[in-house]
Design a protein around this ligand. Structure first.
Ligand SMILES: C[S@@+](CC[C@H](N)C(=O)[O-])C[C@H]1O[C@@H](n2cnc3c(N)ncnc32)[C@H](O)[C@@H]1O
Length: 198
């Protein structure tokens, strides 16, 4: 396996020392995406939020700071990511305000219509079946709740075979049942933000 392939594998499913180091780097590198969402005002105090593919746990930490009365849940299918996320949020975990579990987006271990907001940063291009995985996200989202994906466009183009265009993504979300779909591009940063409102 080439070095590039190994790094991609570690980004997809961080493991051990190398995975942990990558999670720390991603915490710093992706914090601007969390800021983008916070500045948009999408997260309200009191919201029950799920961060899918929570990685090193920095997004959970930032969302918890601005959401004093709410709860933040994180899931990630990497054991290492769960460990790092719990460590990064240890005080809130101890208080029961932050809950991190090892789980795949394909089978989210929460009941129907449980979350007000669901975020997924730099992760959806790794998901095994975007159509059924977004359907699973829809299941756990409350009526009127928002699902927010942010990713670098070049990574979407590199990793994904379908759902690369805005129209394909919009149709997927609408077919699943989202009432409103907004897709914004930050051309300077090369980021795409997809918001589906149930
Ligand atoms: C590139 S990292 C991004 C981590 C974090 N969201 C951030 O922005 O720093 C991708 C994360 O998605 C997780 N992931 C990939 N596929 C997943 C799946 N099917 N279910 C849950 N988590 C997944 C990986 O384990 C990894 O922690």
């Amino acid at each position: 396996m080439s070095l590039l392939q190994r790094l991609i594998e570690q980004a997809k499913n961080p493991k051990g020392f190398v995975g942990s180091t990558m999670l720390r780097i991603m915490n710093a590198a992706h914090s601007g995406m969390t800021k983008w969402v916070i500045q948009s005002g999408a997260i309200k105090d009191g919201d029950v939020v799920l961060d899918i593919g929570c990685g090193g746990g920095k997004t959970i930490q930032s969302l918890s700071k601005i959401n004093r009365a709410g709860k933040i849940y994180g899931i990630d299918f990497s054991k290492q990511a769960v460990k790092n996320s719990i460590k990064a949020n240890k005080e809130d975990v101890a208080k029961g305000k932050v809950i991190v579990r090892k789980a795949s987006v394909s089978s989210i271990p929460y009941p129907d219509q449980f979350f007000d907001k669901i975020t997924a940063f730099q992760t959806h291009y790794f998901w095994p079946n975007l159509a059924s995985d977004v359907k699973e996200v829809f299941r756990v989202l409350k009526q009127g709740g928002q699902f927010i994906i942010i990713s670098e466009i070049y990574k979407i183009n590199y990793h994904m075979k379908s759902y690369k265009t805005k129209i394909e993504i919009q149709q997927l979300f609408e077919n699943i049942g989202f009432q409103t779909v907004n897709i914004i591009e930050d051309t300077k940063k090369g980021w795409l933000c997809i918001t589906g409102i149930r």
